[in-house]
Ligand binder design. Structure first.
Ligand SMILES: Nc1ncnc2c1ncn2[C@@H]1O[C@H](COP(=O)(O)OP(=O)(O)OP(=O)(O)O)[C@@H](O)[C@H]1O
Length: 579
């Protein structure tokens, strides 16, 4: 419930709409409530006394009430929807922005599937609950209490029937809604499981096909889908029993009213119109109770959604920006002093006491076994993660002293997995620098050896990359990702294994282009191939999170056993160091 309260601030801008909606609903309910009484008067005073002009007058009043009720109802719907839609849109926007500013550690904490469910179905659930709350919650209790009051004031002879029927209805509804509330919680959990499965399967569709695991995936989906179906059926069945049960209780009330009414009419204590009005009010009481229950159930379902949304919104970004940042320019010298880092608080550090210096304009090669920590090292430079111990400096100043935006703007980072968006090639590359000119775009494409294949597309740089870059090869994706880093002309250029899918002739061209065009940039080149880093000014040899050697290719080849082993393995595999 705490989460629901903390989300109420998103309602503030729409508080006027949120108040108008129930007020208009009061109008509609009031009009509904007077109708049976008017009808009672038509029967008892008009028809029974043969007073036609009174009947016509009352019919006119009925029509007027119906029109006013219609205006109230429609107005309430409009304002309730306006409030809920705006409220939901603001929360969705805030969620998206919060997630955008998440550090990688924050992202690791929530899974992708959960975040998608948050932005889509959880927000949708809140929207539905709020709409119903504003529309129906006022209507339900008001109709219920208003009808009881009117019966008490105008048909007191039949009031004892309500004293029996209403508690039975209330107990049945409370009991069933409690059970179904719990059931719907389970339904929501099952929906989560289906969402996660669908998302995972669609993202990995190629792997699933390649490994012939379609049947296996279908079986897994059938299991979660089956669980959702069973839980839905169970929950719906409980609601399904409630409806006929309440109708049965109300019918008993009607029979009692007719029986008691017949006796009282016989005794001339009441008139026929009162019995009919009472039956109408009884139906209204049932309707009021049912609709209140419906809203309560929706709220019960929205609470877990609110909790999940609140958890994301309250997640504090692990990376803090300096309030008074250093604003000078960045030349690009990078120093690591005894840096250690673990992805999770209690787990083994992935980097242990890393120390090295890269002078501005130098090329640093990073090599080592899979999982030795190469990517982790370079991710600390743009502060995708913050180091747990030690200091990282740029131009002899700790990186925390720089403005985060300015720091990242000085870095061109092409990650190991090339991520392209479903936009044109131009837009994808200019993602690195939106203000880049056409010449700069061509230059970046040329440096990354992407121009040769881009020119072959009919639309050239306007060629649209499909979702997940499914219409590009692995090597093409890598080249465009490098072009995006190049177009920034960054002080620090980081290429994380970006030529693994690029042929050796193109790789050599890219190496030359980097040498030529990025003389002043400090370059970090991660590769598992010695040939990609052998000309670096300094090579860092990593093993299990530690630097076990640093120096030039020749120095390491002469004195570093770990490097010698890597070189000899690659020679044994039939490679040459000049590939
Ligand atoms: N987001 C993460 N959460 C937890 N552990 C992680 C995460 N990313 C990487 N690791 C772990 O950190 C260690 C170093 O990973 P890293 O990606 O830096 O290695 P790498 O040398 O770049 O490997 P590769 O050559 O395969 O790319 C590995 O053991 C890996 O399992």
């Amino acid at each position: 419930m705490q989460a629901v309260l903390s989300l109420k601030k998103y309602l503030k801008p729409y508080v006027a709409f949120a108040l108008i909606a129930p007020l208009l609903m009061v109008l509609e309910v009031s009009m509904d409530l007077v109708q049976p009484t008017i009808m009672q008067h038509i029967i008892d005073r008009g028809i029974a006394a043969g007073d036609t002009s009174y009947v016509v007058k009352m019919f006119g009043l009925m029509i007027l009430c119906a029109i006013i009720g219609l205006i109230g109802g429609a107005g309430c719907s409009i304002y309730a929807s306006k409030t809920a839609i705006n409220f939901a849109a603001d929360i969705r926007q805030e969620l998206y922005e919060t997630i955008t500013y998440f550090s990688n550690k924050n992202k690791d904490h929530f899974t992708l599937g959960k975040l998608i469910t948050n932005i889509t179905s959880d927000v949708e659930m809140l929207q539905r609950a709020l709409t119903m709350l504003l529309k129906v919650f006022v209507r339900g209790p008001l109709t219920f209490m208003g009808a009881i009051l009117i019966v008490f004031l105008t048909a007191r002879e039949l009031f004892p029937i309500l004293l029996v029927v209403v508690p039975i209805l209330a107990i049945a509804i409370i009991y069933f809604s409690k059970i179904s509330g719990k059931m719907f919680l389970k339904v929501q959990e099952a929906v989560d499981a289906v969402n996660t499965r669908v998302q995972e399967n669609l993202a990995g569709i190629r792997v699933i096909k390649a490994y012939n695991r379609k049947q296996h995936q279908i079986e897994q989906f059938t299991a979660v889908n089956g669980a959702l179906m069973r839980r839905n059926i169970h929950a719906e069945q409980i609601i399904g029993i409630l409806m006929p049960l309440t109708v049965f209780v109300v019918n008993m009330g009607i029979i009692a009213a007719l029986w008691l009414g017949a006796i009282k009419v016989e005794n001339d204590t009441i008139e026929v119109g009162m019995i009919l009005a009472f039956i109408n009010y009884l139906m209204m009481i049932m309707g009021g109770l049912m609709s209140s229950t419906h809203v309560l159930m929706l709220i019960a379902r929205a609470v877990p959604s609110a909790n999940r949304i609140d958890a994301v919104l309250k997640e504090k970004s692990e990376i803090h920006n300096n309030e008074q940042p250093f604003t000078g320019s960045i030349k690009g010298a990078v120093t690591f002093e005894n840096v250690s880092f673990a992805y999770n608080k209690n787990s083994e550090p992935v980097l242990k006491n890393i120390s090295f210096k890269a002078n501005a304009g130098e090329t640093i090669g990073i090599i080592g076994m899979t999982g030795s920590g190469k990517t982790t090292i370079v991710q600390l430079i743009p502060r995708l993660y913050d180091a747990d111990q030690g200091v990282i400096k740029i131009d002899d100043r700790p990186i925390e002293q720089y403005d985060l935006q300015a720091l990242r703007a000085a870095i061109g980072y092409a990650p190991q997995k090339a991520t392209l968006f479903s936009r044109t090639i131009e837009e994808n590359v200019k993602y690195g620098d939106e203000s880049a000119s056409l010449e700069e775009l061509i230059e970046a494409l040329e440096s990354s050896c992407a121009l040769e294949f881009v020119e072959k597309f009919e639309d050239k740089a306007q060629y649209t990359v499909a979702q997940g870059a499914a219409n590009l090869s692995g090597g093409q994706k890598q080249r465009l990702a490098m072009a995006r880093a190049f177009i920034r002309k960054p002080a620090i250029l980081i290429l994380d294994d970006t030529t693994s899918a690029v042929d050796s002739i193109s790789e050599s061209k890219i190496q030359n282009a980097i040498k030529e065009n990025f003389k002043d940039s400090t370059k970090f080149i991660i590769s598992s191939k010695v040939s990609s880093i052998r000309h670096a000014d300094k090579i860092l040899v990593l093993d299990d999170g530690e630097i076990v050697g640093q120096g030039t290719h020749d120095e390491l080849l002469e004195a570093n056993p770990a490097y010698q082993e890597i070189v000899s393995t690659q020679l044994v595999r039939g490679g040459t160091l000049n590939e």
